[in-house]
Design a binder for this molecule. Sequence first.
Ligand code: SME
Length: 161
Amino acid sequence: MSENLITVSGTKEEQYQSLLPQLEALVQGESNKVANMANIAAALKTQFDFFWVGFYLVDTSDELVLGPFQGPIACTRIKKGRGVCGTVWQNEHSLVVPDVDAFPGHIACSSLSRSEVVVPLIDQGRVIGVLDVDSDELNDFDEVDQRYLERIVSLLVKTGT
Ligand code: SME
C-alpha cells in the first residue's frame, strides 16, 4: 500500500483520474470496510478539500449511523427516507443536489453546506450505507462527481468485511 497520497491540480476529471488507482491500491490490501472508508474519506478530503466527506452506514432497518468522515462534526443518525442520505438509501440511486435549500427535507448538519452529492454503497444487491460529500458552495457537483464517486464506492464494496 502506498502511504503517501499524490495530489494533483487540474480539472475535476483529472483529479479523480489520479485518485482512482491510488484508492484502488489503498483498499486492495485491507479487508476491513471501515478502515477503507476512513482512508477513502481522508483521500477525498486531501485531494479536493471538500467541506465535508464521509459515510453513513445502515445500522438498523430504518436508520443510518455516522461512519468514517472528514470535516466538521455531523448528525449521527438519519432515518430511512429522510434528508438526502435517507432518500438515497430508500431509492437506491445517487443524488446530486445543487442547492440543499431547494431539497425538501434536507438535513442541515451544518448551515454552511450549500450543495451535496450522495451515492449508495450497494453490496450484493442491498444498500449497506451511503457516501455523502458536501460543499459550502452552491452547484459544486455534477455527473462527473457522481460517476467517479460511484466507482470509488464500488472499490469499497469489493473489499471484505
Ligand atoms: N445533508 C445530509 C445530512 C448529512 S450531512 O450533510 C453531513 C442529508 O440531508 O441527508
